[in-house]
Design a protein around this ligand. Structure first.
Ligand SMILES: [Zn+2]
Length: 460
């Protein structure tokens, strides 16, 4: 009988969305029984009170027990409960190699002995590294709290600063918005305006280089024209000074939302990351284009690959890179706060609608429970759910109105994977650009694909 350890980690799950340690333990113990392993030791770290970056004591003790052979197997709820950095994951893979450690996960198969299993673990680790989970919970809790207290959530938009509860113009930022509108209405593409701004050293609302999606978001805000929104509808003038007049705003809106206007990039793209992924070689910073592949002298077909358009020294199989980026994107889009990152329009309204959707869905779930437990009758159940569904539809419509690209929000949500696969390439590319930058690092000579060389940085 294989002696195994169970490793669990307590994380902040005060809002109930997290996974309690008792549940983790129960599931892990059951898995041990199913696999016929004997639980020799249980390790439990507490992430709530521990300061960030603190060496996890129990984690260290567990590593020690693997090294000294006390345990030959390890059960975790999911790989993101086990490792928080790629470094830690590599240590575990290393231990698996040297000590024949067997790893089992409640949350799905994980086989560190095969290259495919390692790839899966690394992708999962790469998602965990960005701590999107934590971030999502923090945000969710924050805006729910505020919605319940009736407090305003939104920050002053780009171009404004909040002084004593009022939004006042920041002259340089307002001028940037005005110039962008002038340049666009003068016939320039969004992309060329962005290039001009970046060459001048102007920075986006988040202090980064401008990206087309960011500038587009800024320009689509009704408040630029001094218009006040409520539940997606303009209800009058705001108390703040507009950046430009309503006429200019209408023209900009018409231009940016025209469905005839193909992507702002000119050529229609056929690949997920061409023109988005960048080369990491020092001083190059070229963008990746796709080489469709060819038949070599040996008669073997080379698959399509991303190649740096500038230095041509970085080359990576297209499908490998796409797989990593898509897995990370799907994980990110599964989180409820993803929507706020790309929403346009009045943030307060969207937040309120998002909070309402969450509350209504929770209510629907409770109603179904009550019906299942015979607390409500079938007739009551139908009447209650009918009402809730109607309100849910309305809230969903006002959220959908905030999508910068039609159909964009259809991709975000709990079944993000299916929706992502069904989305158009245009929508997928827009989302990738809105959320992340992708840089491809060189690969050592003769080495096979390593997902760690696809470097993903979140734009937040
Ligand atoms: Zn390059």
């Amino acid at each position: 009988m294989l002696a195994c350890g169970i490793y669990v980690r307590i994380s902040d799950d005060a809002d109930g969305s997290g996974l309690g340690v008792a549940r983790q333990l129960k599931d892990c113990t059951e898995l041990a029984t199913r696999k016929g392993w004997q639980v020799a030791e249980t390790y439990c770290d507490n992430d709530v009170s521990a300061t960030r970056g603190n060496a996890r004591e129990e984690y260290q003790r567990m590593l020690g027990d693997i090294r000294n052979g006390r345990i030959g197997g390890l059960i975790v709820w999911d790989v993101d409960r086990l490792t928080r950095t790629p470094r830690e994951l590599e240590d575990i893979i290393d231990l698996a190699d040297r000590h024949g450690l067997q790893l089992a996960c409640v949350g799905g198969e994980l086989d560190l002995a095969t290259p495919q299993g390692r790839l899966t673990a690394r992708i999962k680790g790469s998602v965990a590294r960005h701590e999107t989970d934590q971030q999502s919970r923090r945000l969710k809790r924050k805006f729910l709290e505020r919605a319940e207290n009736g407090q305003p959530h939104s920050f002053a938009a780009y171009g404004y600063r909040r002084v004593d509860g009022k939004d006042v113009l920041v002259p340089e930022e307002a001028e940037t918005v005005r110039r962008a509108a002038r340049m666009l209405l003068g016939g320039q593409s969004l992309r060329s305006v962005v290039a001009t701004f970046n060459s001048e050293g102007s920075v986006s609302p988040r202090g980064l280089r401008w990206a087309s999606t960011t500038l587009r978001q800024v320009l689509l805000r009704d408040r630029n024209a001094g218009l006040r929104l409520h539940v997606g509808q303009v209800i009058g003038r705001g108390a703040w000074e507009p950046i430009y007049d309503v006429g200019t705003h209408d023209q900009v809106m018409a231009l940016l939302t025209d469905p005839q206007r193909r992507s702002n990039r000119g050529a229609i793209r056929k690949h997920l990351l061409s023109g988005i992924a960048r080369c990491s070689r020092a001083g190059c910073d070229g963008t990746m284009v796709v080489n469709p592949g060819r038949v070599g002298k040996d008669g073997k077909h080379q698959p399509p690959a991303y190649v740096c358009a500038r230095c041509t020294r970085i080359r990576r199989k297209e499908s490998d890179v796409d797989a990593v980026v898509e897995a990370v994107m799907i994980a990110r889009l599964s989180q409820s706060d993803a929507l706020m990152e790309v929403a346009v329009g009045d943030q307060e309204t969207i937040r309120a609608a998002v909070a309402e959707i969450a509350q209504l869905e929770a209510k629907l779930a409770r109603t179904a429970d009550d019906y299942a437990d015979d607390i409500t009758t079938g007739e009551q159940f139908r009447r209650i759910t009918g009402k809730l569904r109607l309100r849910l539809e309305q809230a969903k419509r006002s959220v959908a109105a905030a999508a910068p690209v039609r159909g964009l929000f259809d991709v975000i949500g709990s079944d993000a994977e299916d929706r992502w696969r069904a989305a158009s390439l245009d929508v997928r590319r827009t989302l990738i650009e809105a959320f992340m930058s992708v840089t491809i690092d060189p690969l050592g000579p003769g080495r096979s694909f390593d997902p760690a060389t696809v470097r993903i940085e979140w734009r937040t």
